[in-house]
Write a protein that binds this ligand. Structure first.
Ligand code: PCA
Length: 324
């Protein structure tokens, strides 16, 4: 009798040890604050993966650039320093201009258009990422981008000489075309840059304005709705291939849900953020006629430039997007 029970106990220990050995932990760096919906959505994604795999894969989200700074996340995933991460891929246009598909001004300005552009771009983006040892899991848009300033604007010319915070090549180019002075700053450092006067204007969503408490430094928000940039969650290819197919299936399913719910979340919050800016005393308004016309012109220039840079691949995305 004693022999049998110790045998059973021994078997239990073995089983538990077996489960413990199989469990894998993935650190997931992200660049935006804990309370932001992208981060919250990533945590839900991690929860889904843990539940779906019965604890076999646990993803631990590190927000706010705490594990890797925004600009270093993509390389960290590519080189296997971390297996997974979230990044604003348009900040890597210098590596491949395709990464800028979601930051071309006025190409897609609503959630509906953004989704259509995403569907058109996704296969091409996946190819580009595959060339870089990366697998795409999901992607979620930021709300439409508007202009933050500390004075009223009537035209783009009013931006001449203004220190303009950029978060990717497209926003730097936009600054240049307005005659402003671009300075690259991650969202995590934006509040500091505004407080010290390193930047005095920028283009972004109501979401990042809200997270930054922008009303402490700036006064005006022009709701130009220029584009909806995306955060994408990417995985290192070796880490991906090291998983069993059942675990990969759970990751795919959770990613599909995260993309849907994150996109809905973004859309549901878009107006709320602008209301919060107004509630904190900012003047939130649509651009006047001249400013809107100037922005459209800049959009045309930048669309042509992006097409020239991306060649056949960019053309394929645009044709598919426009239903051609
Ligand atoms: N917020 C991020 C990127 C786009 C956005 O809306 C930022 O400003 O850095």
């Amino acid at each position: 009798m004693r022999g049998l029970s110790s045998l059973v106990a021994g078997a239990c220990v073995l089983v538990v040890a077996g489960v413990a050995m199989a469990a894998e932990k993935w650190d997931m760096p992200t660049a935006y604050p804990d309370g932001n919906y992208h981060t919250q959505n990533a945590r839900r994604f991690a929860e889904c993966v843990k539940t779906g795999t019965g604890g076999e894969l646990e993803i631990v989200v590190h927000s706010g650039g705490s594990l890797f700074k925004g600009n270093d996340i993509k390389r960290a995933v590519q080189t296997g320093q971390v297996p997974i991460g979230e990044r604003l891929l348009s900040a890597h246009e210098n590596e491949n201009p395709i990464f800028g598909f979601d930051a071309v001004p006025f190409l897609a300005t609503s959630y509906e258009q953004s989704e259509k552009l995403w569907q058109a771009a996704r296969p091409v983006l996946e190819d580009v990422l595959a060339e870089q040892n990366l697998v795409l899991l999901y992607s979620v848009p930021w709300p439409p981008q508007g202009l933050y300033t500390k004075k009223p604007l009537t035209s783009a010319a009013d931006m001449k000489g203004v220190k303009f915070r950029a978060y990717n090549a497209a926003t730097a180019r936009l600054a240049e075309l307005m005659g402003a002075q671009p300075v690259q700053i991650e969202a995590a450092e934006l509040a500091q840059a505004l407080a010290t006067g390193v930047a005095e204007s920028f283009i972004s969503s109501g979401s990042t304005g809200y997270d930054t408490k922008v009303w402490e430094h700036l006064t005006h928000f022009y709701d130009v709705q220029a584009w909806l940039p995306r955060n994408s969650v990417i995985v290192n290819r070796q880490a991906w291939e090291g998983l069993g197919e059942p675990v990969r299936n759970v990751l795919r399913a959770c990613a599909g849900m995260a993309e849907l719910s994150g996109t809905k979340w973004s859309e549901a919050l878009a107006n709320w953020y602008l209301q919060q800016l107004a509630a904190h005393g900012m003047k939130v308004q649509p651009p006047g006629e001249q400013l809107a016309a100037d922005f459209r012109k800049i959009g045309e220039t930048m669309t042509a430039e992006w097409l020239a840079k991306t060649g056949e691949r960019g053309r394929r995305i645009l044709d598919r997007y426009r239903g051609g």
